[in-house]
Design a protein around this ligand. Sequence first.
Ligand code: OOB
Length: 523
Amino acid sequence: MEGFTPWPEEFVSRYIAEGYWSDRLLGDVLRGDPDKVALIAGDRRLTYAELDRRAERTAAGFHRLGIRRGDRVVVQLPNTPSFIVVFLALVRLGAAPVLALPAHRHSEIGYLCELSQARAYVIADRHGGFDYRELARSLNVEHVIVDGDAAEFTPLASLDADPVPHEKPDPADVGVFLLSGGTTGLPKLIPRTHRDYVYNLEASAEVCGWSADMVYLVVLPVAHNFALACPGVLGTFSVGGTVVLASSGAPDEAFGLIERERVTHCAVVPPIALLWLDAATWSGEDLSSLRLLQVGGAKLAAEPAAKIPEVLGCKLQQVFGMAEGLLNYTRLDDPPELVETTQGRPLSPADEIRIADPETGEPVPEGEVGELLTRGPYTLRGYYRAPEHNARSFTPDGFYRTGDLVRRLPSGHLVVEGRAKDQINRGGEKIAAEELEGHLLAHPAVHDAAVVGVPDPVMGERTCAFLVARGTPPTLREVKDFLRDRGVADYKWPDRIEVVDSFPRTPVGKVSKTMLAAMLGGA
Ligand code: OOB
């Protein structure tokens, strides 16, 4: 595929010879007993046989539309069975889903459709008070497929046909595109091949102790790597367990589902973990079925980490991962000290880790803080169609520069100490400062903009936009309305604005975000 950077041949043969890569495909992950319940959403329950049949019939429906191996399809669906069915249908055809989040709007979706040259865009009619058909009307894609009331578009329900013979993907093909949190002006697409993503989910399922008797609750967006394949929904299917879909991590919904469906496993971001710790002390629901809570996406502090087992009555696992690949997990048999104070160690024996000085690129002495660089059997070698960005994001020998500052313990566990990338991590949701600054600069009353993260006890960080005004400065409300009108996802809107006369500069004349953050007095 043009625009995709493959692994060099020596790595391909090594990963195959050493058993990391197999011929298994993403469409073949449904491994439960046919009569067992695979998926629960509200009152709907689908067995493995039913889910498989729906995926097969929907694949045939996409095929009849003309979707083929090698095509791209932007998928923007909330946590519903349709997401799972569409995902499986597309990967079986070898058409790669481009996984957008429900929060994305015109600014993000328009760009993704363009960059991926998507043949189709799959949406819900309405969700969370937003009409996705409106968004679709402003795009230029061949097929818009709607789950629900399709208006002038193609109903998802009509993609239902008797299975037809069709070309199968190759394990080396790109199976799915994930979205990068991004650091630059535009979001990036991460190509994940069938064999690297199958390894990602199967190896994760093994390390995390996934088993057929488990019930996995999804509270994060299922389109996010963590909930999808770390080990997530796909990992659960691969061991024959049951998946329960929730629309959010709100305790009144999630706790009810845990009690009703006897949920055993769940993945959350730190703000949800904090909410659950609080809610568990007053809620009446029975959470005793819970065996493991995975927490990741942003750093979990040691104090709440230590409380999770006693308050929620389950084991904690910290997960430090990225859509680009590398996953770190604390292990189920790690001593509490490591589980509470580290973000885990690499999933695979084939994960290569370097910790380097972000300025010089030289390795730092063992145990010291540096930028994490990595290479391995499920870490990308290049973003899709982004040659200039790739030249900066990868070393000449193929290591991905994560932009995360870490230190490594003798046990191999990593502790995340900060970030060298211009990104805000707002409770696990990533905001590329440069992207938001670009939008702010388009405001007529904004002369210059610089976005920084402000420490926050619940979200980890919130977003503060420093503005140099042109005339009367805009209010926070006006800035948010402006970003809404531009079609920018709401999680990227600033929580706060600060108007200044000019920005502090570094000795070389760059805007000093360190000094800007310090101006907020750490408040
Ligand atoms: C996950 O993936 P992304 O792509 O949304 O974000 C990756 C970035 C990392 O580079 C790091 O900056 C941050 O999110 N991060 C953490 C963390 N987990 C992710 N920072 C501190 N502590 C952690 N535990 O966020 C993701 C993907 C798969 C599994 C879990 C999380």
